[in-house]
Design a protein around this ligand. Sequence first.
Ligand SMILES: [Fe+2]
Length: 217
Amino acid sequence: MNQRIASWLSKLRLHDSSTYHHSIRVSNMARRIAAELNLNQEQTQKLVLGCILHDIGKIFVPKSILGKSSVLTHNEWVLMKQHPIWGNDFLRNEGITDQDVTGAVLYHHERPDGTGYPFGLAAGDIPFCARICAILDAFDCMVSGRPYRKSITFADAKIELWENRNKQFDPYVLTVFLQMSESYFIELHHTMNSEYDRQYLSQNDPPYLLSESAFLG
Ligand SMILES: [Fe+2]
């Protein structure tokens, strides 16, 4: 794997390991849904990179906020909601300017009904990679749980996603995600309960990551 990307992920893992493992799971799901969406190799690589880095801005959010098990205060939420912007700024400062990649980072909390953050974009203005990332991000958060929320079953998570189509999630991408084979979700469930994602960084060259130059503007 590209050494700089690996170093950013290591920094994230040291700052907040649960966000790091979440990011790895989201990127693995991204690789799978890319095939279902018939994305080509380049599109797939950009989506996967955007998804693996979607929460990289959380390295600038205090650990006390990321790990808080009670409801965040208003001021804590203000800081938390900055992470897409901070992540985008971080990547651009590092020379990552590809808009599919940075779009997943900057816009993955936008919602089709315009109630998302940081910009409250309407459905048609949310980049495709971000719409995909939003679904995978929400699904993983639901099934893996958060400090402030217990995990729910895959079945309940799918229902919750579907109930929020159009409001929170792109209905087309969501339909494709929910129609992925049951065997895939069984495999995913098994993977989440294994050490799979912990082994990720020990792989030197995951085949789906382009060389860094592909993402430099
Ligand atoms: Fe996020």
